[in-house]
Design a protein. Structure first.
Lengths: 499, 485
């Protein structure tokens, strides 16, 4: 591989070259900008904020202090809701225009400690509210496999950037599928860890009890390496688990003897045939690798969507109360008194989807409605958690779609919030139950009169099942060889084609 | 119609912890505005709270002292309202599952001890401080100092058990003593360490149903609490007397003008939208933590006062005064090892407390210059007639002012008690010679003049004469002169 093609490397391969002294950190970091970004970024718009000076400074710091670290020189685009001292943090919102945090999120600090270089901020739906990355105050992100389609959301920026080759790893956040669904739409791996495994300190909160920082990568091994660097207790986040994170160093151990659940009742209707075909391909590949399929019907609570939107909006209405123009970010300049300052700043600073969810959540927490809505949702949530526990008593992990559809067209669902909310149906369960989920790409669809599109499956597991999910993901990455469309070879990724 | 008042108090106790409730910033006072702040207490995006165990420990100790039930699992909640000094526009507090429930505070009122029942005690965070409005060029601006934002508070809510404003004042005095005793707060109302709101309603005397209550805020001294509640009761009585009805409202009391102002009426009441704080796990207090807190609790003021009365034979009043401050009670118990308890109590209450009041200093300042065994030496010197009370007190004054060993001061000055008539009779005679006027008055029947003449003799003896002997000698000498006339 020539020096100019460094951006094609996996994160672990790239870090190995940096450690061996064969590759300068600055070249590792800038390769993606010179090659793929020059070709794609203007169309895709995956990056909300970057700065060559900040990248250079971070690269030299990593080269100086961390050249022997596990992620030495690995460029990472992080979602714009993770606090960084060297780039603005705006959550895709006007209300945080120009805001630069005085501190790094814990996961950002750990990336840097492990030698990685933060190259900028990935675009996102405003405050992570959306499934398409169309609701960003800084413009939409497009899917590199079809520029007329969305990359998924809300972490669409990092997902698209990893897919087109800007960087091998990206960080997102997943409150109801915001990592796993864009990973599926962009054909990359996307891990939502067990709740409490990755610190939320410095992740601008949407739904605190649902939010987890998630990892994008083109290869299962890179997800594992990044997870190993980031996971573990954080004294600044009281909701992190106090026990050491599960060991994912044997992500390549294979799936022989493993059982995977096959709740086919979930995709009997309302799921696109291409998505179902992806599930079949994955199941066969896992079986060939030695895993055993356990078919059963699974009803993860018919109220899951309602439960999710009550909990998420209630917590969001509270978390977003702090954006008032008093201390930071955007402030409306025509405010005769403090009440007007609040209402005008918030009315002009938040986009319509964010305002809709703040209103919903405020209503759900109001006196007289709390019991009927929030409290009922909490009870339903407990039931949903139990249903997942019961399912995992029968299998080590479970296959499920990451989204009922392939990537949809820009504008297709923006006027229909309910349709957008329903597209989260397969992902929200993991957030409500606090369990991990991994999106695994299974190649591209056939052409069918449109460009081939990524398709993927989701592997869910019980709490702390990250090692199992990664083993399954790796088995599909390798075993997909013979059956996967589009991808030919283990180390070769099904790159998008510039049209 | 005669009315009776029903009053409940809601007290906020600012804890004297090293750091804030949910972050590591210093909780100290007087720092430069907005210098003791961090992403957490400023409510910056992405910051998360972490509970200060020391603050919870203080809450547990207060709860144990009050006989409250300490929940093994309690829950923090968010209370929402928009205000510029509230960084997150919600306060982390406790709501339906508070740390401490029930309990009571015993309060001595006159000769009786009353026990005032509590609803709850819970932990929460303080807000910042607003300063407004100020002129800034051609505009009015408000400024906010967030140093106080996130400082730990305990909220203590009583049952509506008070009938008189004076009971409320006595309760607050006792609460202040207790929090100081436990070392959890400085308890100073004027400095805002202890804050108090009152819920006040009135009803026809002898009836049971509660009237509509008003909430009284801005009561920032114990006197102010008493005066404010008195004013509010009078206002409600006037409203009812003129045929009106009491509206549920929040009022502010202006102590300088003894006036009440309506802050908000019921239709503007907040909907705080409480819900469990998702950033904090449930607060679990296990048996080991409770046991350790109980260990730290030590003897409570009222228990100690009872013991002082029983063990040292002190009047209840003395025991109460000595147990007003923990340091004072500790000091007493040291001195009493070497001197008679009642005498020690008298010396503390008359001499020591008078000095401390006059000099605005504390027990520890006193103990630094007058360690317990020096105080005991001085008290004992009077009992053993080694010195007169007058000279002992003057030595005590000096030791308090400058320190030093009283035994060597006695030796240096040759201080001793003079009671022999051989020594004192010349002084008595001289005093009579030098004060013909008072002597004539005495002989004329105005016997109160004797005190003056005793004083004159004492002065001549350098305070060393035993007053009773001087008095006896004077009376004898004057009687002799009267007979000789
Ligand atoms: Zn702080």
């Amino acid at each position: 591989m020539s020096g100019a093609d460094v951006w094609r490397l996996s994160a672990t391969a790239l870090a190995a070259r940096v450690r061996a002294g064969d590759l300068a950190v600055a070249d590792a970091v800038e390769s993606g900008w010179r090659g793929p970004a020059a070709a794609w970024e203007a169309d895709v718009h995956a990056v909300a904020h970057t700065d060559p000076g900040a990248r250079a400074a971070a690269s030299s710091a990593a080269a100086r202090d961390r050249r022997t670290a596990p992620l030495a020189g690995v460029p990472v685009l992080v979602k714009d809701n993770l606090c960084t001292t060297d780039y603005p943090t705006t959550c895709g919102s006007r209300i945080l225009a120009g805001y630069r945090p005085p501190y790094d999120a814990t996961v950002i600090g750990r990336l840097r400690d492990h030698g990685a270089v933060v190259i900028g901020k990935g675009n996102m739906d405003e405050f992570a509210m959306g499934s398409s990355t169309e609701f960003s105050a800084y413009g939409p992100t497009r899917n590199p496999y079809d520029l007329g389609r969305v990359p998924g959301g809300s972490s669409g920026g990092p997902a698209a950037a990893v897919a087109y080759g800007l960087c091998p790893v990206g960080l997102g956040s997943d409150t109801g599928g915001s990592v796993r669904q864009p990973a599926a739409f962009c054909g990359v791996f996307g891990l939502k860890p067990t709740y409490g495994r990755l610190s939320r300190y410095g992740l601008v909160a949407f739904g605190s009890s649902l939010d987890q920082v998630g990892i994008f990568a083109r290869h299962a091994g890179d997800v594992a390496a990044t997870y190993a660097a980031l996971a573990g207790p954080d004294p600044h986040d009281a909701t992190t688990r106090q026990t050491p994170a599960p060991d994912v160093s044997r992500w390549d151990r294979g799936v022989a003897g493993l059982t995977f659940g096959w709740p086919a009742n979930l995709w009997r209707e309302g799921v696109e045939p291409d998505v179902v075909e992806g599930l079949e391909i994955a199941a066969v590949a896992l079986e060939r690798a030695g895993a055993r399929r356990v078919a059963f019907d699974f009803m993860p609570g018919e109220y899951a969507v309602a439960t999710y939107y009550l909990v998420a909006t209630a917590e969001a209405s509270s978390n977003l109360a702090r954006f008032d123009g008093v201390r930071y970010g955007f402030r409306h300049d025509d405010a005769p008194d403090v009440r007007a300052l609040y209402t005008r700043t918030r009315s002009a600073g938040f986009g319509p989807e964010v305002q809709r969810r703040i209103l919903l959540g405020t209503y759900a927490l109001s006196a007289g409605y709390y019991d009927a809505y929030y409290l009922t949702a909490q009870r339903a949530r407990t039931r949903i958690r139990r249903e997942y526990e019961a399912a995992f008593a029968r299998c080590d992990c479970m296959l499920m779609p990451a989204s009922p559809t392939l990537p949809f067209r820009l504008g297709e669902k923006t006027d229909d919030p309910l349709a957008m909310y329903l597209s989260d149906i397969f992902t929200i369960g993991a957030n409500l139950a606090g369990i991990p989920g991994l999106t695994v790409p299974v190649g591209l669809t056939g052409a069918n009169g449109r460009p081939p599109l990524p398709r993927a499956v989701q592997v869910l597991g019980p709490e702390d099942a990250e090692p199992v999910l990664l083993a399954a993901g790796r088995a599909l990455e390798v075993g997909g060889d013979t059956i996967r469309l589009g991808a030919a070879h283990d180390t070769e990724f099904a790159w998008p084609t510039k049209r | 119609m005669a009315y009776e008042a029903v009053i409940g108090l809601e007290c906020h106790i600012q804890l004297a912890t090293v750091s804030k409730m949910f972050c590591g910033c210093p909780a100290e006072f007087g720092a430069r505005p907005n210098s003791n702040v961090c992403p957490v207490c400023l409510g910056l995006p992405g910051a998360l709270p972490v509970t200060n165990r020391e603050a919870i420990d203080a809450a547990i100790r207060l709860g144990l002292a009050l006989g409250s039930t300490i929940r093994d699992v309690s829950v923090f909640a968010r209370k929402h309202y928009f205000y510029p000094d509230m960084p997150k526009n919600y306060q982390i507090t406790q709501y339906d599952r508070p740390l401490c429930e029930g309990g009571a505070l015993p309060v001595r009122i006159g000769d009786a001890t009353r026990s005032f029942a509590l609803i709850r005690v819970h932990a929460e965070e303080d807000t910042g401080k607003s300063f407004h409005p100020e002129r800034h060029g051609d505009r009015q601006v408000s400024r906010v100092d967030f140093n106080r934002a996130g400082v730990p508070l305990l909220e203590l809510v009583t049952q509506p058990v008070f009938r008189e404003p004076a009971e409320c004042a006595a309760f607050l005095t006792a609460l202040r003593r207790l929090v100081r005793w436990l070392g959890i707060s400085e308890g100073d109302m004027e400095k805002g360490h202890l804050r108090c709101d009152a819920n006040v309603s009135i009803r026809p005397a002898g009836t049971q149903a509660l009237g509509t209550k008003s909430e009284l805020k801005n009561l920032n001294s114990i006197k102010g609490v008493e005066k404010g509640i008195t004013a509010e009761i009078a206002r409600q009585e006037r409203v009812l007397a003129s045929g009106g009805t009491i509206e549920q409202a929040t009022l502010l009391y202006d102590a300088d003008h003894d006036k009440l102002a309506v802050m908000r009426s019921k239709e503007h009441a907040h909907d705080y939208r409480y819900f469990p704080e998702p950033d904090l796990p449930q607060l679990a207090v296990d048996a080991a933590w409770l046991a350790a807190a109980r260990e730290r609790l030590a003897e409570l003021p009222w228990t100690r006062a009872e013991r002082f009365a029983a063990e040292y034979g002190l009047p209840a009043y003395d025991a109460g005064v000595l147990c007003d401050q923990r340091e004072l009670a500790d000091y007493f118990e040291e001195v009493v090892k070497e001197a008679d308890p009642k005498k020690v109590s008298n010396w503390i209450m008359t001499e020591m407390l008078r000095h401390l009041k006059a000099t605005q200093r504390g027990v520890s300042d006193w103990a630094r210059n007058v360690p317990p065994h020096h105080f005991a030496f001085i008290i004992r010197s009077v009992e053993t007639a080694q010195a007169t009370a007058t000279s002992a007190k003057s030595v005590l004054d000096e030791v308090f002012a400058n320190g030093g060993d009283p035994a060597s001061i006695y030796a240096e000055r040759g201080i001793r008690a003079r009671s022999s008539s051989d020594e004192l009779l010349p002084l008595v005679r001289a005093a009579i010679e030098e004060n013909p006027g008072p002597v004539a008055q005495y002989l004329g029947g105005k016997t109160a003049t004797l005190g003056f003449l005793v004083g004159q003799v004492m002065k001549k003896s350098g305070g060393q004469a035993v007053p009773q002997t001087v008095k006896d000698l004077l009376e004898a000498e004057l009687a002799r002169r009267a007979a000789a006339r």
